[in-house]
Design a protein around this ligand. Sequence first.
Ligand SMILES: [Zn+2]
Length: 415
Amino acid sequence: MTSRSKVVRGHVVTPFGDGWADWPDGHVEIEGGSVLSVGPWRSRKGRADYLDLRPHIVFPGLVDVHAHVPQLAVCGVHGDNLLAWLRHWTFPLESRFRGDRAWELSRRFMREMLAQGTTTAGLYTAAWPDSVEACFAAAEEIGIHAWIGPPLMDAGAYRKVTTAQVLREARQLAALDRPRLRFAVTPRFALSCTRALMEGAADLARERQLPIQTHLAEQRAEVREVRRRFHRGYVEVYERAGLIGPRTMFAHCIWMSDRDWRRIASAAVAHCPTSNVFLGSGVMDWKKAHVARVGLGSDVGAGPDLSIFRVARMAWTVHSLAGCAPTAGELLRAATVDGAAALGFDEVGSLEVGKAADFILLDREHVIPAGAPSAESTDDLLSRILHRAGRSAIRQVHVSGRLVFERAMEDSRPA
Ligand SMILES: [Zn+2]
């Protein structure tokens, strides 16, 4: 313990090694924004200056591996098939996401993300370069970890632009890349790209060691259209362009053969079940997906909001109905440490020594109803967090040990 460190005391619950740690009277000691020590309070007994967060639950900040910043405004309306939804609602909205509007709405998006407990994310901006700058600035202000990239499009989208210009802009914007905020090379999906654009994007990512994010096999009609246009399967289109690798994040991956799964095993997958239900896309195979790294994505605006707890619950629902329910522990790891690993941010996602002190404070009464037995297991607690936590349960959010969001709780308590 050193004098410059800060200590919080509360019920600490975090992925730890391969499982979970659960210290009902625990502590996290923070120095320079990182976790210096974590464990039971008794090891810090005698320390007088600490932040007492008891009886509430100190939980790692959530990780949303796939969301679209300009699309928050379309959440919850116009459930349609993917291609019609993009054309009628989403592209017109994104095409206006620039200038002052992009700066203002990027900040609002970040504030809402924090209110939902998310401190690490994979984000798509609009195609306009100034929307990318706005998003980097808004993310920098709060100190989160993120991938940020403009959806690269040179076919059938909302912007009249040449392939060369799209790639030239992406190269310039790649200068924004830094350790905590990665510039992500983001070919939107095969149907908005020519082969030349996908190949150029892969070259840029390889040269600068940048991450890649895109969509894959979300709906049947989309998969059929990819085959019609490129005369090969969806995965093969990306493979031939050079877009598959350990720094690639594929969203959805619903209509996949066993061979397709093997071919993307080195990459990561964004599982987005709230979006997939809303647009009627289908259900990703949870077991097969784990040939790759798997995180959870809100996919706002096809997802109804930025709640990763809601996404985890929807994953539990759809996979339970399909006969293979993941455990609460598995889903909450996907929502935290596994999602962080999927993005290549090994320094966040759990409260372990040396990692960033990114955590949320969950209101105990929201999670554990009054009168519940006191001797419940960690699995019981994780189950309660999975099924009961959400926006209104989040009292505080800390990024690198700094309080960045606080909710007035009294009037939002359940009866
Ligand atoms: Zn998406």
